[in-house]
Write a new protein. Structure first.
Length: 76
């Protein structure tokens, strides 16, 4: 997914999924959204990657592994 926002500065990019980290506290941000999302994705064996250029927006890549079998007793 890509947005057309203001982008994220390089010094903040590595902290995006830290609990309570936000650059938008004044506008109501709590810093929990990406932390919770990252936790859910990791619980499913996936990853989130962020690429950003200040002034040009941010791209988020989500990868979740595909499992081709169902748990015992579940035919899908």
């Amino acid at each position: 997914m890509r947005d057309e926002g203001v982008g994220i500065s390089p010094e903040n990019l590595s902290r995006l999924t830290d609990p309570f980290f936000t650059t938008k506290r004044e506008s109501g941000g709590t810093g929990l959204g990406l932390s919770v999302s990252d936790g859910i994705v990791k619980e499913h064996g996936g990853n989130l990657w962020f690429e950003s250029t200040p002034g040009a927006g941010t791209t988020v890549t989500l990868a979740i592994p595909v499992i081709n079998e169902f748990p015992s007793g579940n035919s899908g």
